[in-house]
Ligand binder design. Structure first.
Ligand code: HEC
Ligand code: HEC
Length: 335
């Protein structure tokens, strides 16, 4: 099996591989026991070749018009699949947001800041077509991939069909569901009884879960999000949830983001307007922005300077170093 995969990815005699018959096998993704079970969509249960095809596509620059960008240009592993820029836009500047992490999307009930996309499979179509992202038509993409690489053989073995939009979107989603992150200092202390947690971190954790700050009422559960939409009071030109609902009362509302790996995903907020966690915590402490739709829980907190530092120290325990160094999520050797 290993040899066959090696053959597909590394050698020039790709059609020879297909003739030998690529064999696929089911795999399971390793996940912490304190995360719920993943419900995989029927027909896209994880297999070795689905994951490999998805990863190959994720790092494939042929997905972009000028063959210079891939999904990984904006979603980079060392930054927990973000890109370190305030907003991500390459081609046109009319609409751009901060690129979110792709960790733990297997549990997300819907996608994007307004939650307008129901599945990961469908989400993948967005960036390929979007003018400000990869900017290519699916027909063009399939032609390109079929002519230059042996994507067909992988697609047939993984999904039993010629490479098409179905296989491309499913494989990308299969790869993304594998991006599971739950091995932080916080997890080891909170779920696994480690003692490695400083007094300041403990103080920050208590504040985070307190009635006083109510951080955990929105950043809730094992993924630190309730998947609901709120305004923190920003008044920039991005109307957020209103784009989907057309309701002025939804202006400036965005999906609560996860806080896992938050230390690695600066800058922060949908518009990338904050460069550090200190800045974010002090923003909450001051009561957020002035926007009319600001959620009532966002109000002055009267935290001392030490309490602010404690909250930041707690947030920095949510980093999963093994996740961002996992070579399985890096591009395979280039063909
Ligand atoms: C030009 C930069 C860019 C590229 C290229 C890009 N993305 Fe994104 N991605 C973003 C931004 C910005 C958002 C946030 C959009 C929003 O919040 O509405 C996003 C959002 C997402 C989300 C939703 C995450 C969530 O929490 O709901 C997924 C999934 C995703 N991208 C996957 C991909 C895949 C797969 C590709 C390649 C096919 C890709 N992205 C290419 C910038 C990019
Ligand atoms: C009412 C719900 C709510 C409460 C309470 C709340 N947050 Fe948030 N948080 C959000 C939303 C929504 C965003 C994204 C806003 C945006 O991008 O416009 C966010 C963004 C963040 C970010 C930046 C995430 C990123 O990836 O850019 C951090 C860090 C954060 N919150 C920490 C906290 C802390 C610490 C507290 C408590 C002091 C807190 N939050 C309280 C809903 C909430």
């Amino acid at each position: 099996m290993k040899k066959l995969i090696f053959c597909v990815f590394l050698s020039g005699i790709l059609s020879g591989c297909a003739e030998e018959g690529l064999k696929d096998r089911a795999i399971s993704f390793k996940q912490p026991h304190y995360f719920p079970q993943i419900n995989f969509p029927e027909g896209n249960e994880p297999t070795h070749l689905r994951f490999e095809l998805g990863k190959k596509l994720f790092y494939e620059v042929k997905l972009s018009k000028n063959e210079d960008l891939s999904c990984a240009s904006c979603h980079r592993l060392p930054a927990a699949f973000t890109d370190g820029r305030a907003v991500s836009s390459f081609h046109e500047n009319e609409f751009a947001r901060n690129a979110p992490t792709l960790a733990n999307l297997a549990w997300s009930p819907y996608f994007m800041s307004e939650g307008g996309v129901p599945t990961l499979e469908l989400q993948a179509l967005g960036p390929i077509h979007e003018k400000h992202e990869l900017s290519l038509s699916m027909e063009e993409l399939i032609d390109r991939l079929k002519s230059s690489e042996n994507y067909s053989a992988l697609s047939k073995a993984a999904y039993g069909r010629e490479l098409d939009a179905f296989a491309i979107t499913r494989a990308l989603a299969c790869f993304e569901r594998a991006l599971i992150s739950g091995d932080s200092k916080f997890d080891r202390y909170y779920f696994l009884n480690s003692n490695d947690y400083s007094e300041l971190e403990k103080q920050g954790m208590a504040l985070f879960f307190s009635e006083r700050t109510q951080c955990s009422s929105c950043h809730a559960g094992p993924f630190f999000t309730d998947y609901q939409f709120y305004s923190l009071g920003f008044e920039d030109s991005d109307i957020g949830l209103e784009r989907r609902t057309y309701l002025a009362s939804d202006r400036g509302k965005f999906k609560t983001p996860t806080l896992r790996n938050i230390e690695l995903t600066a800058p922060y907020m949908h518009n990338g307007s904050m460069s550090s966690l200190e800045e974010v915590v002090s923003f909450y402490n001051e009561g957020g922005g002035q926007g009319a739709t600001r959620e009532t829980r966002i109000r002055k907190l009267n935290l001392s300077a030490e309490e602010e530092r404690a909250l930041v120290a707690f947030l920095e325990t949510l980093t999963d170093w093994n996740f961002v160094q996992n070579e399985k999520f890096l591009a395979a050797e280039q063909d």
